[in-house]
Design a protein around this ligand. Structure first.
Ligand code: NAP
Ligand code: G4F
Length: 392
């Protein structure tokens, strides 16, 4: 259910100069507003790029619960792209508003400088990306512009503005690619296997270099795959839970996937955003692997998902080579001991709980779709094709 979120303008919305402060009720309200503005001034400020994505939405939630004022960069689009943060947003005129959005794009360095100068954040979380590995083979230049040059645009803006802001870079386990060692930790050499991973590697080293060259408090979180009910629908986990629940309700009959033998270390996104914050709030900047320390194949994910629904996935799943990647990452398994030791971080949600959480959420969505289908055409075919032409 998308609707309009107002963006831009002054980050704190309208100011509180009220010509009618003399009436007690309004004076009271003005005092509340003033108190709120004082609170806002005293609270820490975070700026999140990619706030409309899976991680951005969980991180915004997490920081708001910690009393931060949160600013997010949203790219302009002709349709609404703010669904995942709808529940957090309040009109900027609301005295309790603590989430503020700004139009911007990581390819626009001038715009980034302007936002940084206006917001003066204590912490910057760089989460935006063309985040789909398969798509990066089709759009390697675009992917590099966002995932590599976008980061340097942001780091340069921080350097130019001389802000003492702390910087988090969303690095990825994809950088291990054709892993030369298992499990992978902070010392494992990188071997990227996609335009996505090559671009992320560029940003990893730039982040580290800005830390060493300019003394910026900059950290890389090398995050292994993390999922949730808010995961984009073309990543394999969500593609499976969406399809399985729709199959269970007769809305779909088949599911086409690529390589079923790949293995991933899957955690819950809500747990992983806490690690991002812990990195920026530690005494020294550093790079950390964030993972569960368990790996599972796509087949195992299918087993778990379809078992919850009392279905046999072999009856519905077909392999379609169009989903194969020119170069695949066969096995990822992270060793998060450094994060456990130094940041006292550990994942809370198990693999089984994660799958159940995603199935429950998608079942609720499928039930709503079922109701609509029955209401619109009682007795007619209930098949609603989804993503038939999706390349990923
Ligand atoms: P996601 O759901 O795909 O979100 C990506 C975000 O980036 C969205 O808000 C998107 O905006 C924004 N974006 C894309 N291009 C942009 C541009 N040119 N300018 C401004 N914003 C742009 O990804 P995620 O799963 O939350 O991942 C967050 C970050 O962590 C990404 O950098 C990803 O590469 C990295 N990462 C993810 C995982 C994982 O397993 N999830 C693991 C390791 C690293 P729209 O909403 O408008 O599309
Ligand atoms: O869900 P995936 O698309 O995630 P992938 O490629 O591991 O990338 C995700 O995790 C990275 C961290 O390691 C992030 F940096 C990145 O931004 C993203 O969030 O694919 C997982 C595996 C792959 O081996 C893929 O080949 O699932 C396999 N797979 C099999 N069939 C499929 C499909 N993947 C997708 N997306 N769609 C399929 O039909």
């Amino acid at each position: 259910m998308a609707n309009a979120i107002a963006l831009g303008g002054h980050p704190f919305g309208q100011q509180t100069h009220d010509r009618h402060m003399s009436t007690p009720a309004i004076a009271g309200r003005a005092r509340i507003k003033r108190d709120h503005m004082t609170n806002i001034r005293d609270s820490k400020k975070a700026l999140i790029t990619g706030i409309t994505g899976q991680d951005g939405s969980y991180l915004a939630e997490f920081l708001l619960a910690k009393d931060y004022t949160v600013h997010g960069i949203v790219r302009r689009s002709s349709t609404f792209n703010t669904d995942r943060i709808e529940h957090l947003y309040r009109d900027p005129h609301d005295p309790n508003a603590r989430l503020f959005l700004h139009f911007g794009d990581l390819t626009d360095g001038t715009g980034l400088r302007e936002i940084l100068t206006r917001v003066q954040p204590d912490e910057v979380y760089n989460l935006d990306a063309q985040s789909h590995v398969r798509v990066s083979f089709d759009q390697p230049v675009y992917t590099s512009q966002i995932n590599a040059l976008g980061t340097i645009n942001l780091l340069e803006a921080i350097r130019d503005t001389h802000l003492p802001t702390r910087f988090y870079q969303a690095s990825s386990s994809e950088m291990y690619g054709k892993a030369v060692q298992t499990p992978q930790n902070e010392s494992t050499p990188f071997y990227p296997r996609s335009p996505y991973a090559c671009a992320k590697l560029y940003s990893f080293w730039q982040t580290l270099n800005y830390r060493e060259a300019y003394n910026i408090f900059a950290c890389n979180g090398i995050l292994f795959n993390h999922e949730s009910p808010r995961r984009g629908e073309t990543f394999v986990t969500r593609k499976i839970t969406r399809a399985a629940t729709r199959i269970a309700l007769g809305l779909q009959h088949e599911l086409f996937l690529g390589n079923l033998d790949a293995k991933r270390d899957w955690g819950f996104a809500g747990d992983y955003v806490q690690a991002m914050w812990l990195m920026l709030n530690h005494s020294t900047p550093d790079d950390y692997v964030i993972a569960t320390g368990e790996t599972h194949s796509i087949r195992e994910f299918l087993d778990q998902t379809f078992a919850i629904l009392n279905l046999d996935w072999q009856k519905y799943v077909h392999v379609d080579p169009r989903y194969f990647r020119p170069t695949e990452v066969d096995l990822l398994l992270g060793d998060p001991s450094k994060a456990r030791r130094t940041l006292h971080w550990k994942p809370r949600v198990s693999f089984k709980q994660l799958v159940k959480m995603m199935v429950d959420s998608d079942l609720a969505i499928a039930n709503r779709e079922r109701l609509i289908a029955d209401h619109e055409k009682p007795g007619a075919s209930t098949l609603i094709p989804r993503g038939a032409s999706s390349p990923d």
